[in-house]
Design a protein around this ligand. Sequence first.
Ligand code: DGY
Length: 328
Amino acid sequence: MTTTTKPKIFIARPIPPEVEQYLARHCTYTKWSGDKPASLEEIIEHISDVDGLLTTGGRINAELLDHAPNLKVVSTMSVGYNNFDIEEMKRRGIKGTNTPDVLNDTVADLILSLMLSVARRVPEMDKYIREGNWKRGDNESLFGLDVHHKTLGIIGMGSIGRVVAHRAKHGFGMDILYHNRHRSKQAEQDYGAVYSSMDELLGSSDFIVLMTPLTEETRHMIGEAEFAKMKRTAIFINASRGQTVDEEALIQALQNGVIYGAGLDVFEKEPIDPSNPLLKMSNVVLLPHIGSATEKTRTDMAMRAAENLVRVLQGESPAGLVKELRDI
Ligand code: DGY
């Protein structure tokens, strides 16, 4: 009779019990006991003999990898994998997986809620009424902007972008422009999305949603020059990564009336610095990076991350393998 040893993994973040039970069937594991994801230093203490690591967000860099000589796969519980040092992982033959698609609808809901909140000034009006400012005859000072039948420009027409386009087109009757590395025939056919140059999109959109992944090419892709091309009534939404935008330029654009407002789920520094001027602006709606944060979706993401990890350790190639590390 042959016995197979289960691979060893470290679970570096809290996960739901059913996901832990699934992992226990396939792996020997140590689990971080804190209620927040483990830090780099904390992860390093637990990975000297592991084959797999399940994590979110924190850098997977040479410093960490030097402490994990047996590591074969890192599974991140997020769609973004800008935390992976791809070259370093490639050099060491370590695979990486992420969790696309399971979060598309949830993130799209949040993007629409940011668009609506900024345009109709929802948090500002909520504060206004709570602070006892509502007086008879208040009128123009409470006006916002329409969302329905306006033009939405989507930068990064990936799977989340397409779900946003669906809601915007079929729910709000919006016209859709998009800019992407590749044309999306599906977005063009299903939502009448029009492929546009960056300049056309910036100049013609009432709402600009940035959904591109963070890479060396997309770092600070929206800065002073791009804000200057937007309409003065434009609303800018970022739900990708904070570093895709030059935040200083965004602050200037908001302070100087270059654009109307912004809805932000992500920031250059997270958690946000308490002295960040964005915190004092009434024309911005700020969220603490909660794009995918519903119980159902986070559970689905955790299960997907666990399945990715197990499948790679079993020698399979799950769909969640990130493209740069698929064939190493
Ligand atoms: C993602 O999945 O990338 C979300 O932004 C959460 O990190």
